[in-house]
Write a protein that binds this ligand. Structure first.
Ligand code: PEP
Length: 253
């Protein structure tokens, strides 16, 4: 944790969730507001079909909502795309961009991720820009170099602590139950903070929230969240269980 930074725990529901699952958001809100709304920020990023109803379900709570992606474009003939302004219109304040599933399954390059992050910022949506190495890259000793390259290519110039969140998500840790050691996370997050200072300046870098993501669970959250320069978590599978998501938030608070 970075003492001066308010942590953020964001849940990525991926392509999961029907209307009935709004009950999960309501349960999270109940626990969050009662226990630690003052100590940690929470966001839920449901599938696009549920963004508006989730935002409505969370009215009165301090939990934010967000999209899992956004278009590089503002509007027009882009069938199937959702613009950042549409996310904002549906109550969203965050957009995950550059998730490894988008980079891998949809061939998104660093340039595309950067354009999406810029589009989000233009609509006053805070992009959660995901970066992370593959298993082969880690085993080849190239993890730090790969992540720095992704940062250089994916982050909008002029981003500040208020307009950017970065999530380090090792590809091999997402949905696998595997996690890096605390020492590896510490090394990577320090390197990310240093690279941010080079790219955005010291003041911005000092305040940007750096989330760790990849198989975060209640059982490992305390260890991972206590690592220096880890300012919260991006949570996939465990965010679909209200009790688990709250337990992870508790580890940050
Ligand atoms: C994710 O999809 O961003 C993620 C971190 O997934 P999981 O927590 O399930 O590994």
């Amino acid at each position: 944790m970075t003492r001066s930074i308010r942590p953020l725990v964001a849940g990525n529901w991926k392509m999961n969730g029907l209307k009935a699952d709004l009950a999960i958001a309501a349960e999270v809100a109940k626990g969050y507001d009662a226990e630690f709304a003052g100590a940690v920020d929470l966001a839920i990023c449901p599938p696009a079909s549920l963004l508006y109803p989730t935002s409505v379900a969370l009215i009165g709570s301090r939990i934010a909502t967000g999209g899992q992606d956004c278009s590089t474009q503002a509007s027009g003939a882009f069938t199937g795309e959702i613009s950042a302004a549409m996310l904002a219109d549906a109550g969203g304040t965050f957009a995950i961009v550059g998730h490894s599933e988008r980079r891998t399954l949809h061939g998104e390059s660093n340039a595309t991720v950067k354009a999406k992050a810029e589009a989000a910022q233009k609509a006053r949506i805070v992009p959660i820009v995901c970066v992370g190495e593959t298993k082969d890259e880690r085993e080849a000793g190239k993890a730090l170099a790969m992540v720095k390259k992704q940062l250089r290519g994916s982050l909008p110039e002029g981003s500040t602590a208020a307009t950017l969140v970065v999530a380090y998500e090792p590809v091999w840790a997402i949905g696998t139950g595997l996690t890096p050691t605390a020492a590896d996370v510490a090394e990577m997050h320090e390197a990310i903070r240093t690279e941010l200072a080079r790219l955005l300046g010291k003041a911005a870098a000092a305040g940007v929230r750096l989330l760790y993501g990849g198989s975060v669970k209640p059982s490992n959250a305390a260890e991972l969240m206590n690592v220096a320069n880890v300012d919260g978590a991006l949570v996939g599978g465990a965010s679909l269980k209200a009790g688990d998501f709250l337990a992870i938030a508790r580890a940050c608070a």
